[in-house]
Design a binder for this molecule. Structure first.
Ligand code: ADP
Ligand code: NI
Length: 218
């Protein structure tokens, strides 16, 4: 099967699998990460585009939050899918490795992505978690999980361990401090850093506005 066919078949498979997801981890998240990955890859130059496209399409094939934080089921599923299409072992192993290491777990856990392709897909995934889209996804998640939008009596805290970050039923605004505002400093690529900076500034403006409105000041 040629590269284009592999990508098309994978996109169709993932589109069908995620068709009924409405919590922020939906096909359109995957679609945006796919487009962002291609954009960053062209800017950064030198990446293996087949690996970038397949890994961006497969990066959320399983949700670690539904598997006690383990990215292993996703890595296994990505391998099985690519094997069923007859992809070559080198491509499969590279994509599997990216799927295993891409997820944000907590502030104290660094993502181990040591290939350009992995760094590109990582940056694309995290860019889609910030800015206007990131804000929308985060409130959508909060609604789906019955969370408060904000509670000024609860202190903001960075969740230093994976267990803490999942165990607490914190308001949506807290997620900005647990994750969203940390992402710009976790970018690997130059293009990713630039894009994240723009979206970070937008989130800071949003928060400023939010707190002012909360107190009835504007
Ligand atoms: P990753 O894509 O790095 O694996 P997750 O799957 O944990 O990250 O989260 C994806 C998105 O879901 C986040 O960027 C955010 O928009 C939303 N989300 C996850 N956890 C929370 C939370 N506790 N509160 C609000 N939104 C959340
Ligand atoms: Ni994702």
């Amino acid at each position: 099967m040629n590269d284009q066919k592999l990508i098309e078949k994978t996109a169709d498979f993932i589109k069908n699998k995620f068709a009924r997801e409405g919590t922020g981890h939906d096909w359109w998240h995957i679609y945006r990460v796919w487009q962002l990955s291609k954009y960053i890859a062209v800017k950064e130059k030198g990446a293996n585009m087949l690996v970038v496209e397949l890994a961006s399409l497969l990066h959320d094939i399983e949700d670690h939050k539904l598997h006690d934080g383990s990215s292993e089921p996703g890595a296994v599923a990505a391998r099985a899918w690519l094997k069923s299409l007859g992809a070559d072992e080198q491509t499969i192993a590279h994509v599997e490795n990216i799927v295993r290491n891409i997820s944000f777990k907590s502030a104290d856990i660094k993502n181990e992505l040591n290939t350009l392709e992995g760094q590109i897909v990582h940056d694309a995934d995290k860019i889609d978690a910030i800015g206007a889209i990131g804000i929308a996804r985060t409130f959508s998640f909060g609604g789906a999980h019955g969370r408060l939008i904000y509670d000024p009596d609860q202190p903001h805290l960075k969740h230093y361990t994976y267990e803490l970050s999942r165990a607490e039923n914190t308001p949506v605004i807290h997620h900005f401090y647990e994750k969203l505002l940390l992402l710009q400093d976790r970018m690997f690529t130059k293009t990713g850093k630039q894009m994240a900076r723009h979206r970070h500034v937008y989130m800071e403006k949003f928060l400023k506005e939010f707190y002012a409105e909360w107190e009835g000041k504007i």
